[in-house]
Ligand binder design. Structure first.
Ligand SMILES: Cc1cc2nc3c(=O)[nH]c(=O)nc-3n(C[C@H](O)[C@H](O)[C@H](O)COP(=O)(O)O)c2cc1C
Length: 319
């Protein structure tokens, strides 16, 4: 019922006749009414129901919380098409409609969509994939409500969802930071060098340059994150707070973590970041590195060693 799916319903109904039935899930009926503050001719359908229109048969599968409470899959048996609502979508709009037209270029978009829209529902995605497999449906095409349609190899996006929803860590660390006067930035670069010295992949992401959704996309398959913030007004830097709030909501799992940051006098940032990690149930592998004002060689060496520790701990975990 989110407006990007439903916004044109009143206009459409005006055109085709307001008495026409709208087939939707139970929550769909409730939520559409709450959006448009009026009732339509809602016909509630759900898992196990089917609907014959002419020589076409539509059957339904509730997919609650993927990603709204009203979400539902619709399967068109005669054409072997799965209309998957938000699942398997991408925030992509272009002049191509099908996976075979765009090729593998679409996968980063699909991954970004998963990371930012569905990651926190990963256990439900796992359950849904099992349910769909049990139904043994012939699927020639998957039509999500966003982005391109999967007709060349629908199995590819199903497999990708299986991988992403398992949240299995890989040999990759994401280093996220912001900095007012470059001190925390220097620390971030030293940590990155430490990680690289252990032959582990690393993404260094300055929150001034990267949108939170790009950061989240990198986190999905990372085995570890390091977050750095200067202390500002006894707290963390607001942009880092923004990113941490966002990451927390999407509930990444199975990751190790460490914090770092420069400070002037009170230095609360590392403690606050560690508390965030605890709430996110990430494994904190080090109390974190704090540096007063500008890091000297010894401080940068401590940062390098933190990078080494992150990389080594991750490698041990994956071995
Ligand atoms: C507006 C402002 C507020 C600050 N508030 C604090 C503070 O409450 N506690 C503290 O320890 N340092 C505080 N600092 C000092 C910074 O944390 C310090 O300059 C640090 O080295 C900045 O790191 P950066 O170069 O990564 O930005 C503040 C700095 C600024 C500019």
């Amino acid at each position: 019922t989110e407006m990007d799916h439903s916004g044109s319903i009143p206009k459409l109904m005006q055109k085709i006749g307001e008495d026409k039935p709208i087939y939707c899930s139970k929550m769909g009926a409730k939520n559409l009414e709450a959006h448009f503050n009026r009732k339509f001719n809602f016909q509630v359908v759900g898992t196990g129901d089917s609907l014959k229109i002419g020589n076409r048969t539509f059957s339904f599968l509730d997919t609650k919380m993927l990603h709204w409470p009203d979400s539902m899959f619709t399967y068109l048996a005669e054409e072997a098409i799965l209309f998957s609502s938000d699942a398997f979508g991408q925030h992509y709009a272009g002049d191509m409609f099908f996976d075979d037209e765009i090729g593998d270029e679409i996968m980063p978009h699909a991954r970004k969509y998963y990371a930012n829209i569905l990651l926190h529902f990963s256990p439900r995605v796992q359950a849904l994939l099992k349910d769909v497999a049990k139904l043994n449906l012939k699927i020639d095409m998957i039509c999500p409500d966003h982005g391109i349609l999967w007709r060349d190899n629908p199995g590819k996006i199903i497999e990708a969802y299986d991988t992403w929803s398992r949240q299995e860590p890989t040999r990759k660390v994401v280093v996220i930071f912001d900095s007012m006067w470059e001190s925390t930035a220097k620390m971030a670069r030293a940590i990155t060098s430490g990680i690289e010295s252990e032959d582990v992949n690393v993404r260094l992401m300055n929150t001034r340059k990267w949108h939170r959704s790009d950061i989240m996309t990198e986190i999905v398959d990372a085995g570890a994150i390091a977050v750095g913030s200067p202390t500002l007004n006894n707290s963390i830097f607001p942009v880092i707070a923004d990113v941490m709030t966002y990451i927390k909501g999407l509930r990444p799992q199975n990751k190790i973590a460490a914090a770092f940051g420069s400070y002037g006098w009170s230095g609360e940032a590392v403690k606050i970041l560690n508390k965030d990690f605890e709430e996110m149930k990430l494994t904190i592998i080090d109390p974190g590195v704090k540096v007063q004002y500008v890091p000297d060689e010894a401080d940068l060496e401590r940062c390098f060693e933190l990078g080494v520790k992150l990389a080594k701990t991750l490698k041990e975990k994956l071995s």
